[in-house]
Each structure stands twice: as C-alpha cells, then as structure tokens.
Write a protein that binds this ligand. Structure first.
Ligand SMILES: NC(=O)C1=CN([C@@H]2O[C@H](COP(=O)(O)OP(=O)(O)OC[C@H]3O[C@@H](n4cnc5c(N)ncnc54)[C@H](O)[C@@H]3O)[C@@H](O)[C@H]2O)C=CC1
Ligand SMILES: N[C@@H](CC=O)C(=O)O
Length: 355
C-alpha cells in the first residue's frame, strides 16, 4: 500500500477578525470570553491599552494578551491594528472599544466609514455632542455596523427593544429610571451607617464605576445614557439640553483623579445630610433620569417614596421605564443588573457575534 501524503491543514480564514482597545476591567473580562467556545469563530489580531499594543495578524491568544502587552515595545498607534484587521482576510473586521477614551470614541465614525464594524462600551461619541451622533448616523449608512448594546444598561436589551418598537411605528413618549449601575448600587445600600466614600471605594473595586468615578457622581455617565436612548428614539437632543445634578463637591471638580480619590471623604457630609433629610421625609434617595414628552431631560438625585418602583431596586439594578404610543397605560419596564465587567463584556461579545 502506498503512503498517502497528508497535506498540513491550512489555517482556516477567520470569519471575523477583531482588535481590542482597552484591557482594563471590561477588556480583561472580554479577553476571558474570547477564550471560550462561544468565540471560536473570532480571531483576535491585536490588543492595546493606553500606552502599548500587541499586533499579530495570524492571531493573538487572548490569555496571553496581558503578558504580551507588559513586554511590548510598540507604542500606541491605531494604524498597525487596522492593518492587522485587513491582513487577516476575514469576512468581517471589527474594532472593539473598551476604553473610556474620548479621542478613541471620536474615531468611531471614521472607522465605520472605512468599512470596519465598531463594537463599543465607550459612550463618549454616541452620548456626546449631537454632531458626533450625526456623524455616526452618516458613517453607518455605508453598511458598517455600530454595536452599542454595552453603552446602556451594560447590555440590558434597551436599545434593541427601542429600535424594534420604532421599526414597528411606535414612538417613545417618556423615559424614566435608574441608568447607573454604580449609583444604583451606592444608593440601594447607603443608609448613613457607613460613610458614602467607603461604599464608593467598594463600587470601584468591584468594577462598577467609570475609570474616574466622578464621571458617575457628576451625572455625566447617566446623561450620556439618556442621550443615547433619546437619540435612538428619534429625539435630536443636544448634550447641553440635559439638566444634570452633580454630586461632586465644587472643590473636587478640578483636581486630578488621584487627588480626587485621596479626598473621597469630602463626599460624606453632604450626602449624609441629603440622606438624613430624605429619611425625615419618609423617603429614600435615588439617582433618576427623566425625559418628558416635551423633550425636557433631567438627571439628578431625587427623594422617592417607598411606593416608587426605583425604591425597590437592589444591587447594581438599572430600571428603564419606557412610555410609548402603544405602551401608554403602563410603561414597558426593562430592569436588571446595569454594571459589572462580565455582563458588559458579554454585551460586547454578543454584538460582535451578531454581525
Ligand atoms: N464597568 C462597567 O460596568 C461598564 C463599563 N462600561 C464602559 O466600558 C469602558 C471601559 O471601562 P473599564 O474597563 O471599567 O475601564 P478601565 O479604566 O478599567 O479600563 C480602560 C482601559 O482603556 C485603556 N485605554 C485608555 N485609553 C486608551 C487608548 N487611547 N487606546 C487603548 N486603550 C486605552 C486603559 O489603559 C485601560 O486598559 C468605559 O467606557 C465604560 O464606560 C460600559 C458598561 C458597563
Ligand atoms: N459606570 C457605569 C458603568 C456602566 O456603564 C455605571 O455605573 O453604570
């Protein structure tokens, strides 16, 4: 019998090639998911943090990214990352943005226009100036997809539901709820017995807050989510049209992140007073977002009674109450955990797999 030569198996062409920007709390959780069978059709060809990157068009092993980045000599430059996506000859090329960097966000429209899909947890463009939102709308006209599930409710099916309703001719009338996982977690627990700053340190350690927790406490992160939802619902709402109540004391607004984190206890007294006042009124504090039928938007700390739906939340629960032309007698309510690395990473993976 003659021996049959077996040709070496050619590396299969990946259907989807991805690069990952940001290897912090969410990025690391995504790398873990990329090592699971659910991600077998994906090939990671590059990863970057704020200072370094590692690129390999043949594929980067997700579990080795941290080590490769620690040893990497290559500084930050998006061009080699995009070149690796092109070189992978994949059917779909995806940039995943797991940073909170406004500069990277400002490139989303450009990448989409160039034919790369963008999947993002970074809300800075869609939830920023209206001009950025409009640039995104034009950029996706060419067919590239903007995966934004992670930007609202850490992947709760809010934006997908809203788009589906709109597709059926329904319209959003009002919106109300708790849109911040960290602020929900903080106010669901805060009873005055433990300093607010100590709870905030825990929320940061658990990966619920933004890299700089002032983005949460200032209301900025909640305002961005409100803008993203409102714009997806067809309201051309400018970022300056949302009234925002900040919980960051004036003296802590201009300092750098480290100084802010060193001075967290300055948050304690004002919040202790707000809490005591609410308790005296038989109420609890919740950080609420509201958009009314006239397009008036406000985010801020509100005293709510024990019969208010937001008073019954727990953990990092978010709550989105959507009143629409067809859900008008009682609102459509979407509720569930709204922050955390694993669920956010899953939202990113889900958007990549849905392409
Ligand atoms: N933590 C959560 O529960 C959720 C977070 N998000 C969003 O996910 C994003 C990331 O959040 P975290 O992982 O918690 O932050 P993080 O601070 O832990 O990680 C951010 C990462 O981005 C990197 N980075 C910064 N600038 C960069 C640049 N120009 N290029 C490449 N990498 C850069 C940093 O080096 C770091 O690795 C944020 O936009 C946040 O709003 C969204 C939903 C939920
Ligand atoms: N810091 C954010 C994380 C998700 O967007 C929050 O607290 O909701």
């Amino acid at each position: 019998m003659s021996a049959v030569a077996i040709a070496p198996l050619a590396e299969p062409v990946p259907r989807t090639a991805i690069v990952l920007l940001g290897t912090g709390v969410v990025g690391r959780a995504l790398l873990t998911l990329l090592g699971t069978p659910a991600a077998r059709s994906l090939r990671l060809v590059g990863a970057a943090n704020s200072r370094r990157q590692h690129v390999l068009a043949d594929g980067v092993t997700p579990g080795e990214v941290a080590e490769r980045l620690a040893k990497a000599r290559e500084g930050r430059d998006n061009l080699p990352l995009l070149a690796a996506l092109d070189a992978a000859s994949a059917t779909r090329k995806v940039v995943v943005d797991a940073t909170a960097c406004a500069i990277e966000a400002s490139r989303h429209a450009e990448w989409l226009a160039a034919g790369y899909h963008v999947v993002t947890a970074n809300k800075a463009l869609a939830g920023g100036h209206l001009s950025g939102w409009r640039a995104l709308q034009s950029a996706t006209a060419g067919g590239a997809v903007y995966g934004d599930a992670a930007t609202v409710g850490a992947g709760l099916p809010v934006l997908s539901t809203l788009r589906r309703l709109r597709h059926c001719g329904d319209s959003l009338l009002t919106l109300e709820g708790v849109f911040s996982g960290s602020l929900s977690w903080l106010f669901n627990q805060y009873d005055g017995s433990r300093p607010f700053s100590s709870l905030l340190r825990d929320a940061r350690r658990l990966g619920f807050t933004e890299p700089d927790p002032r983005s949460d406490l200032s209301g900025e992160d909640v305002a961005r989510k409100l803008l993203i939802i409102a714009r997806n619902a067809g309201f051309a709402l400018g970022s300056d049209e949302v009234e925002v109540e900040s919980l960051v004391p004036e003296a802590l607004r201009g300092v750098d992140t480290k100084a802010f984190l060193d001075r967290l206890d300055e948050l304690d007294e004002p919040l202790r007073e707000r809490h005591a006042q609410a308790r005296a009124n038989g109420k609890v504090l919740r950080y609420l977002a509201r958009l009314n039928q006239r397009g008036r938007a406000r985010v801020g700390l509100v005293e709510v009674g024990h019969d208010h739906p937001a008073s019954r939340l727990s953990g990092t629960d978010n709550q989105f109450a959507l009143t629409t032309t067809r859900y008008h007698a009682t609102p459509l309510v979407i509720q569930g955990p709204g922050a955390g690395p694993e669920i956010t990473a899953q939202a990113l993976l889900g958007d990549v797999l849905a392409l």
